[in-house]
Design a protein around this ligand. Structure first.
Ligand code: 4AD
Ligand code: MG
Length: 476
């Protein structure tokens, strides 16, 4: 009998046929009922075993975690919660599981515990749901840009430039298998770096994305990026995935419109394609919120929160307006901010969240930040103080997108590079786009894991990437 996925079997609801399923045992009750899961859905299939007819030695091997192949007849289920179940006629143990040493037990484990056994957490309902949602969103991102005629541009992982000018890069060094630096005759530097030249893991594909946009028109990147900031927060990873569209002939407003349209498209796609997983994650979210003190609790459930973001335009305001608002807020007056607010400061996540969660109660786009706190490539505004930057702030997350209109004027760009000590010689290729047929253009970067955090309601960024890379996680 051809194997069916459990999702297909359950969704069709059809009965009266023979089939085979394969999966892992979640629970085995009364020597009779197996809850079998194969990762296609968070729901488990109920497999009914004829315990009188089954070899007791086999029954003993049906334990939580074991991998099975089951052939049987799909029958209508008398139990609640499922339309059909499988009446087993043949059970094969594909892989035994020692119940005494298997860390996953049929009970609720804490996320902290599951993070320590991250190699096995794919077998839990929560992580199954999170990674199916992650997949659906990756797919939806490509669909969104493809439908708009954007070109998917692969930008390099190894690079010599520091796109953000923040100096938070991992260095690349060549070693041979014996951990001895390679050497090359007559070139003592060869033993280091990238064939003798300094190289880093990319912090952003933006600068290369701009090169693509200045010929292809509209491009996007979607790949891993690396930051060597030693921050152990629930929103930072050393390796995260970023989506970076870059568009010729877009000004800041076009950029904001695209960012808002994209985020809404992605939320809608998750609601459309991940209904059952989001329902499960929504229940988890509610339980987590109940543990929090009243003031910190989300006013909405997960699905409600997602739909709410779709229903209205994001609030747009300038950095200067945002600072004025924060300065006059009850939080500032009652000294509730850890960092008091003043013009020129880099907004902290407490300020971003105040704007989004306490004041506007919806997603916010803040524009026109002080030049001093932003990267060299952002377009200078006429006021001589600010640049055409935009950050999109989301409830529970803070900054989810950072972007800007780019400085397309050669002299202005050169001047910003000098101020920020960025070598024009090293970035000659970037400057060339401003020398030859320059044009207004814009782009932004969406942190993929922060998007998934928002959509799944998972509080910690380590729980939305299969293999988190943080100062403490590197082994697998
Ligand atoms: O604001 P950032 O640093 O902007 C850039 O890298 C630009 N080059 C993007 C562009 O204009 N093309 O990063 C963009 C987004 C942030 O808003 C955040 O969502 C995410 O990337 N991000 C991180 N996510 C996880 N861990 C980290 N350490 C992150 N740093 C940034
Ligand atoms: Mg940023």
């Amino acid at each position: 009998h051809p194997r069916v996925k459990i999702k297909t079997l359950l969704q069709s609801g059809r009965s009266g046929y023979e089939t085979t399923v394969k999966g892992w045992v979640r629970t085995f009750r009364n020597n009779q009922f197996i809850a079998l899961n194969d990762g296609s859905t968070s729901a488990s299939l109920q497999v009914v075993v004829d315990r009188e007819q089954t070899d007791p030695a086999l029954l003993r091997r049906i334990v939580t975690g074991a991998a099975l192949s089951v052939t049987g007849t799909v029958i209508p289920s008398p139990g609640k919660g499922q339309q059909v179940e499988l009446k087993a006629t043949e059970i094969t143990i594909l892989g035994d599981c020692d119940p005494d040493t298997y860390p996953l037990q049929p009970k609720k484990h804490s996320l902290e515990f599951l993070r320590e056994i991250a190699h096995l957490r794919f077998r839990t309902n929560t992580f199954g749901a999170v990674f199916r949602v992650r997949h659906a969103l990756a797919f939806a991102i490509h669909r969104f840009f493809n439908e708009k005629g954007f070109v998917y541009l692969h930008t390099p992982i190894i690079t010599a430039s520091d796109a953000e000018g923040a100096g938070e890069m991992f260095r690349v060094t060549a070693f041979d298998l014996n951990d001895i630096p390679r050497s090359a005759e007559g070139n003592p530097d060869f033993r280091q770096d990238f064939f003798g030249r300094p190289a880093h893991l990319t912090v952003s594909g933006q600068l290369e994305g701009e090169l693509g946009a200045m010929g292809l028109g509209e491009v996007y990147t979607f790949g891993p990026t690396f930051r060597a900031e030693n921050s152990n927060t629930a929103r930072h990873l050393a390796e995260f995935w970023m989506i970076e569209p870059e568009m010729a002939f877009y000004e800041l407003e076009d950029n904001m419109n695209l960012a808002e349209e994209m985020l809404k498209y992605l939320i809608a796609a998750a609601l459309e394609h991940c209904g059952d997983d989001l329902e499960l994650l929504g229940k988890r979210f509610d339980e987590e919120e109940k543990q929090k003190p009243q003031q910190q609790r989300s006013e909405m459930g997960l699905l409600e929160k997602l739909k709410f973001c779709l229903d209205q335009p994001f609030q747009r305001l300038t950095y200067t307006e945002a600072i004025a608002l924060l300065e006059n807020s009850p939080y500032q007056k009652k000294k509730k901010f850890q960092y008091p607010v003043s013009w020129g400061m880099d907004m902290q996540s407490e300020h971003e969240r105040y704007l989004v969660e306490k004041h506007f109660k919806k997603p916010v786009i803040v524009t026109d930040y002080p030049a001093e706190i932003k990267a060299f490539y952002m377009r200078q505004n006429d006021d001589g103080k600010t640049v055409a930057a935009m950050d999109v702030l989301f409830p529970g997350i803070g900054e989810i997108i950072g972007g800007s209109q780019r400085e397309e004027r050669y002299d202005r760009l050169l001047q910003r590079m000098e101020v920020q000590h960025i070598s024009p010689e090293e970035l000659y290729w970037y400057l060339d786009t401003r020398r030859f047929g320059t044009c207004p253009h814009s782009g932004f970067g969406l942190g993929f894991e922060r998007l998934i955090q928002f959509i799944t309601g998972m509080g910690n960024i380590r729980d939305v990437i299969p293999f988190p890379r943080t100062p403490r996680n590197i082994s697998f």
